[in-house]
Write a protein that binds this ligand. Structure first.
Ligand SMILES: [Zn+2]
Length: 395
């Protein structure tokens, strides 16, 4: 870690954390994103409900608490609507199941070993909930456990699979169920392979397989999203506050606009790579506009500082908006003109607006850094209290 970053930390630690607010985004990995490999988390971890729903928290297994509020919209970080289904909706879906599937998913039953249809399935694709269609596991994480049940070392998105302590049959086990419809899936054990060391032991009957390349049913598709990229100095705090944004699905840290491929943190600190620390913001355009994100970006940092933010000095800390299309460029430039015309700053705005190049995800330890370490940052919270109210599900 560079010395300048350490100075940053010390100054930041004094400010204190402003964390949990309007809590409607769950955290989880972005499937296929190498920067988001699941951290190993002790299974007895039992967070209070408020912490469980903190959008800024790093990924943790989704442990069940009291029956969740079905009126607050929840979007997972892999962009799926995981708002819990009502009891009525679950009953309606369950009424269409065959007897065996009903027994397993609704009565926590277990199918006989070596009998499930998906045990030996080696095809690439997604394993979705048989009741509600939510993707739960991926062929990427399937392995042969020899137990007679399909086994995965992690969930497709940890927030799609919730864990419950199961004291039945004289054992203490961790039951897993679908986070959206509560269908029983199986159990999770501590004897799996790396990188998680976990074995998710599934009933084939709880899953439906969708082969890669084939069209997914509506219930198994993510919501439509857009992506924005912002550089505003050290990415830790910028990522943290973007993650809190209403309508932001996932914010992640990386490097962009430089001349080298697959840069590391060391590369960007000690060599002249041209990369800027950048936050990738995946958002729901029906809930937040690109323009509002640009305004938040300006509120978070000082766009008049050339190649530095606070204690961090160097062109990797430059202020920039990396646009993906002309519409984004127009809106970014519009906000800059507006700020200039309003005389918002004493010095000129030096923010660059450029066509986005490749986003290179930063190392794992930079992701969710503020939430994981509890450290604060010099970045200003750009969101109003009103904006941070949970969004209701339309009736
Ligand atoms: Zn389900």
């Amino acid at each position: 870690m560079a010395g300048m970053k350490l100075a940053h930390l010390i100054s930041a630690a004094v400010i204190g954390v402003t964390a949990s607010v309007g809590l409607f985004f769950l955290t989880g990995p972005e499937p296929g994103d190498p920067s988001l490999i699941v951290p190993r988390v002790a299974m007895e971890y039992d967070p209070p409900a408020a912490e469980q729903l903190d959008p800024t928290q790093p990924q943790k297994p989704n442990i069940k608490h009291a029956r969740k509020d079905t009126t607050v919209k929840l979007i997972s970080r892999s962009a799926y609507d995981i708002t819990p289904y009502s009891a009525e909706k679950i009953a309606e879906l369950a009424s269409k199941l065959d007897e065996e599937t009903y027994r397993i998913t609704q009565k926590a039953g277990t199918e006989a070993p070596f009998c499930g249809t998906l045990l030996d399935n080696k095809k690439d694709g997604l394993y979705a909930c048989v009741v509600c269609g939510l993707p739960l596991f991926s062929s990427e994480h399937k392995f042969t456990s020899g137990t007679g049940w399909p086994s995965y070392y992690r969930a497709f998105d940890e927030q799609h699979v919730q864990r419950i302590v199961d004291n039945s049959h004289g054992m203490i086990r961790t039951e897993i169920e679908c986070a959206r419809c509560n269908a029983h899936l199986g159990h999770v054990f501590d004897d799996g392979p790396k990188p998680t060391g976990e074995r998710h032991c599934l009933n084939s009957a709880s899953l439906v397989f969708h082969e890669k390349g084939k069209e997914l049913p509506e219930a198994s598709r993510p919501i439509k999203t857009e992506t924005a990229y912002f550089a505003a100095g050290c990415f830790w705090g910028v990522e943290h506050y973007f993650q809190m944004g209403p309508g932001v699905i996932n914010a992640s840290s990386g490097y962009m606009q430089g001349r080298t491929e697959k840069p590391t943190y060391k590369d960007i600190c000690y060599s002249d790579t041209g990369h800027a620390e950048t936050v990738k913001v995946v958002f729901d355009p029906t809930r937040i506009s690109y323009k509002r994100l640009v305004e938040a970006f300006f509120a978070m940092h000082d766009p008049t500082q050339l190649n530095r933010q606070g204690p961090d000095i160097g062109d990797q800390y430059r202020s920039g908006i990396w646009v993906v299309n002309d519409a984004q460029r127009m809106q970014a430039e519009e906000v800059i003109s507006m700020l200039r015309d309003a005389g918002a700053y004493k010095r000129p705005i030096v923010t660059q607006v450029e066509q986005a190049k490749v986003f290179w995800p930063a190392e794992d330890y930079h992701q969710d850094y503020i939430a994981t370490t509890g450290r604060a940052c010099h970045v200003t919270n750009p969101w109003s209290k009103q904006e941070l109210q949970p969004a209701s599900v339309a009736p």
